[in-house]
Design a protein. Structure first.
Lengths: 118, 195
């Protein structure tokens, strides 16, 4: 596992320093938009590979609304179903707010994977 | 005056020794006090032990107790600061809820304030582990972290919308979360105070 390849997303650098709300219809830089244009594309390759992981760095932004986080990770569970595998593929960096990681894990664990993101 | 000056120049331990010897000689000569001059090793040990304890209490134990007391006070102050910040924040939340609409800059500022409390809580968790490492305290701190996550979830849910707001549901849940949060803050302070 030590020689696994780590793909990276830095939200502040690659997406925005001002993350928004849940849906595209709620305003700019929503969780929905982040998931569709950024996370899904990267995670697809990571999920289907044996030795890849995805590091998401949440630092450097002006804070997150819970709706943004909830939308991103609910969609991830809806699309990839296997929560254990999803968790094993993610590296979450949340130094600005260490409790954000717990919030994300809670969203993943509480989301019903049988639903669809559509 | 000359005699006084001469006494001042003599080292104090020497004076104590001489005075001690004189008192010893006087007591020795008193007929109604009989001194047992057979000293056993056990008695010498007891004497040394007594001296060690007499020195240990004021110098080390007292220092240790005072040190612990200061650590406890610092930790309790830290938790009190979180409590005060939360109460100030709740007044802002109340005002925003009554206004029904929230300015974007105020909403962003509130989100950053919530994050700041979260960071403080993590700092407090580290301090509690370093200075106390008490299972009871650790358990309540874990509950406080859950309170903080829940508080952030319900409070910030609509704060990044194009029209930020704190609706009734969000407000009521935030108020409930805050009550639980403050209850646990009081609990952790009581526990630390009892230690």
């Amino acid at each position: 596992m030590s020689d696994s390849i780590v793909e990276k997303i830095n939200i502040a650098q690659d997406f925005t320093r001002y993350p928004g709300a849940r849906y595209v219809s709620d305003g700019d830089n929503s969780g929905e938009k982040f998931y569709i244009i950024m996370l899904k594309a990267k995670f697809e390759g990571v999920f289907n590979s044996d030795n890849k992981k995805l590091e998401i760095n949440f630092d450097g932004t002006y804070g997150y609304a819970s709706s943004f986080i909830s939308e991103v990770f609910r969609r991830l569970v809806f699309d990839y179903k296997d929560k254990q595998k999803i968790l094993s593929k993610l590296i979450l960096t949340t130094n600005d707010d260490p409790l954000l990681k717990e919030a994300i894990l809670s969203v993943i664990n509480e989301t019903n994977e049988t639903k669809s993101s559509d | 005056m000359k005699l006084n000056l001469q006494i001042k120049n003599v080292p104090q331990p020497l004076i104590t020794l001489i005075v001690g010897l004189i008192i010893g000689l006087i007591i020795n000569d008193l007929p109604f006090i009989v001194l047992n001059k057979d000293i056993t090793i056990g008695e010498i040990s007891n004497l040394i032990l007594t001296i060690v304890i007499a020195l240990y209490i004021p110098f080390f134990l007292d220092k240790y107790i005072n040190g612990k007391r200061v650590e406890k006070e610092i930790l309790m102050e830290g938790f009190t600061k979180i409590e005060v910040d939360l109460q100030i924040q709740m007044k802002t939340v109340q005002a925003m809820h009554i206004l029904e609409s929230v300015k974007k800059k105020d909403a962003n500022s509130l989100i950053l304030d919530v994050r700041s409390i979260s960071k403080n809580l993590i700092r407090m968790e580290k301090s509690c582990t370093n200075f106390l490492n008490n299972p009871e305290v650790n358990l309540v701190v874990q509950r406080l972290k859950d309170n903080q996550v829940k508080y952030w979830e319900d409070l910030t849910v609509n704060l990044k919308n194009s029209k930020p707001c704190i609706d009734s549901d969000s407000y009521i849940r935030t108020e409930e979360n805050l009550n639980n949060y403050i209850e646990n803050l009081l609990t952790v302070k009581f526990i630390i105070n009892k230690l």
